[in-house]
Design a protein around this ligand. Sequence first.
Ligand code: ATP
Length: 332
Amino acid sequence: MGSIEFKGVTKRFGENTVIGDLDLTIEDGSFTVLVGPSGCGKTTLLRMIAGLDTQTAGQLLIDGKDVSHARPGDRDIAMVFQNYAIYPTMSVRGNIEFGLKNNKVSRDERRQLVESISKTVGLSDYLDRKPSTLSGGQRQRVALARAMVKKPGVFLMDEPLSNLDAKLRFQMRVELIELHKMLGTTFVYVTHDQGEAMSMADTIVLMNGGKIQQMAPPEVMYRQPANVFTAEFMGIPPMNVTRAGADGIRLGFRPENARLSYAPIDGAFTAQGRVVTREMLGSETVYQVRGGDDVFMVKSTDPGIDVDREVHLAVGEEHLVRFGADGVRIDA
Ligand code: ATP
């Protein structure tokens, strides 16, 4: 069991308010990803859950219990960091067992647990190796296994994949999703990478300036952004948002939902411009189209539109999102 509840939580470092009066409930068993630009307060939130930082005001509940002032060891959590924090002089087995030894678990039980968990994360054949002889992905698995033996109610992960190369990162994402399914435990995962958030989370919490911009499943976050910040943070390339129109209303549309043509075409939103760049991504091509004050990104399956050509752009009504002058989605 591991629901987490922030109630009116504020965190200040000196004069600097990093988190302001935050209310947030993380559901038991969810895979919740905290995402946002550098300095938005993600790590601070995670550290408060872990008990490594204490909130300046407000309450923090884990599984309904007020842990606002509980020590890290009394919170039923385990944390996996970016730099793994595994011990280089200990074998893989020693590293995994480490958390248990401190909890005075019997030797037989220890052996059984280490064996079943190392199997789960694919380390059975490496138990006697030293971390220095392992790949980055294997070391990351050691860190995960060490967190898992504690059987915590909540796993906290702070950019755990950022030291891995792109291919391995992709593979580990899939493994983490599977691990989460298997354990059914609450995962709270911090990243600045919206792609990582989109691919792993069942719930994304997007933060900016210590405030939650939107909390939603990936699909909703992508299709129904609560505001311009969310629209422009999620997706590569992000949502196009036009400059202020009548009454300050701004229109948004995803790059894959715009059509391009040399000849005029119909749509609820149309524009004209010049193709300034063309980037091949394999099955899709990303065009940058400059028209007046706007620069639009368009993702198309047609690779044959030339740079420097004047083009027409059109978007259907069903793909348009409207934002008010305050940046908030109008039909939200
Ligand atoms: P990043 O993605 O860069 O890690 P983040 O969203 O995790 O960023 P935090 O590490 O939570 O951001 O930091 C939020 C803000 O709090 C930053 O402005 C940071 O400078 C400040 N901060 C964090 N820890 C401390 C500290 N111990 N003392 C003073 N200020 C701090």
